[in-house]
Design a protein around this ligand. Structure first.
Ligand SMILES: [Zn+2]
Length: 399
């Protein structure tokens, strides 16, 4: 690892926010011919995923080698593996360029965009392995990372200025490399979660019905995703509120009145109300009408060994409940989508069947099924907050 602040390998423009930058990048995929493809190739080569810079006649052509590299990149970064480089894959690729030491890292003033990137994740990994609590290894330099960094600096006797620069990097290098992490942040998260398992009474749960306003989501077989999920969300509220849960919906029924919230805004909402858990409700669609069933996603990716164990538990609990109703259990998976990554509490996104499948759509069109589904989702939430060993949640078999 470098122990000095190197010049940015990709030029001064790379120092800009990857968010703004990513929005300016065109969507590219297998077969695309665009100058941006050459830049993508350069980024993936730079982060040494594969040697993409040789045996390539035209760097701006998106060939099968690049397609395989993109899919691998998406896999290890917890993105949807489709080979399509849209805004989210661009953003992650731009973030992945950063190596610890490429630039000084510190907390930006409130209101400014915080530094994001693989260098931030690497810093968090190191701090966490050394026992300094910076929360999740999410690649976002927030207040908790700042506090952990200052504590680390204080502990090793250097200026606790919260800047990860040459001096701090040298300190990391000098520390025993033998220290290996057992994902201590995951142990802490489990500990935090144990403390929240005091029953569902008094908990704040954000239910996030996907899409809305000018975005109907997917529509097929007579159902529209945005309508289905708001209905289920409102029914969930009726199940949870009587048990003392403060249920907050990220959006109402207001349809066609404005722009739909993006995932980052929904995550910020959950953070602002200090939610104890977030459930984002969606319906899936796909080209194959045979695809059917429910799946659930929680925060995590193979890179940097980051994963939300409590999110995974909530996801598994939801699928167990839902699959008892006639929707096939398609499994739970880690992803780094904004809603899962930016939220500071266990958050999951659930796909409640496929609109493109006649069986699933038929179920979702039926108000009685939606009521049963809402009950099942509510039970999963209650289950997750029930103290381990308690029998309080065992009486739902007849529900
Ligand atoms: Zn959706």
């Amino acid at each position: 690892m470098t122990d000095h602040i190197a010049a940015d390998p990709l030029g001064p423009q790379a120092a800009q926010s990857p968010v703004g930058e990513a929005q300016a990048m065109p969507l590219v995929r297998l077969g695309s011919h665009d100058a941006a493809v050459a830049q993508l190739r350069e980024i993936l080569t730079h982060i040494s995923l594969v040697a993409l810079d040789h045996e390539c006649a035209d760097a701006s052509v998106f060939d099968t080698t690049l397609d395989a590299a993109v899919r691998h990149f998406q896999q290890v970064h917890g993105l949807t593996v489709d080979g399509i480089v849209g805004p989210l894959t661009w953003r992650r690729a731009l973030e992945a360029r950063w190596r610890l030491g490429d630039r000084p890292l510190q907390l930006h003033p409130a209101g400014d965009r915080q530094a994001t990137g693989d260098d931030v994740a690497a810093l968090q990994r190191r701090l966490s392995d050394l026992g300094f609590d910076c929360g999740r290894v999410d690649g976002i330099f927030g207040t908790r990372t700042d506090a952990a960094l200052r504590e680390f600096q204080m502990n090793i006797g250097i200026a606790a200025d919260g800047v990860c620069g040459p001096q701090t990097l040298r300190a990391f290098t000098n520390l025993a490399r033998a220290i290996t992490g057992g994902r201590p942040e995951a142990l802490r998260e489990a500990h935090d979660w144990d403390h929240r398992q005091t029953g569902v009474f008094g908990k704040v749960v954000v239910i996030d019905p996907g899409h809305g306003d000018d975005d109907p989501g997917c529509a097929a077989n007579g159902i529209t995703e945005a309508d289905v999920v708001i209905d289920i969300a409102e029914r969930m509220e009726k199940h949870l509120a009587p048990q003392g849960v403060a249920v907050l919906l990220s959006r109402g029924r207001s349809f066609h009145h404005g722009r739909a919230l993006d995932d980052a805004a929904r995550a910020e909402f959950a953070n602002s109300v200090a939610a104890d858990a977030v459930l984002s409700l969606h319906v899936d669609e796909t080209a194959s009408p045979a695809a059917s069933g429910a799946s659930a996603f929680y925060f995590g990716a193979d890179r940097h060994g980051s994963r939300s164990d409590s999110g995974q538990r909530l996801a598994e609990s939801v699928l167990t409940e839902v699959s008892g109703l006639g929707l096939a259990d398609l499994g739970t998976y880690p992803r780094t989508w904004d809603l899962l990554r930016i939220t500071r509490m266990p958050a999951i996104r659930v796909y409640l069947g496929y609109a493109t499948n006649q069986h699933d759509a038929g179920l979702l069109a039926d108000p009685e099924f939606r009521e049963a589904l809402a009950g099942a989702l509510a039970r999963a939430v209650v289950q997750c907050f029930t103290p381990v060993g308690s029998t309080a949640a065992a009486g739902h078999a007849s529900g």
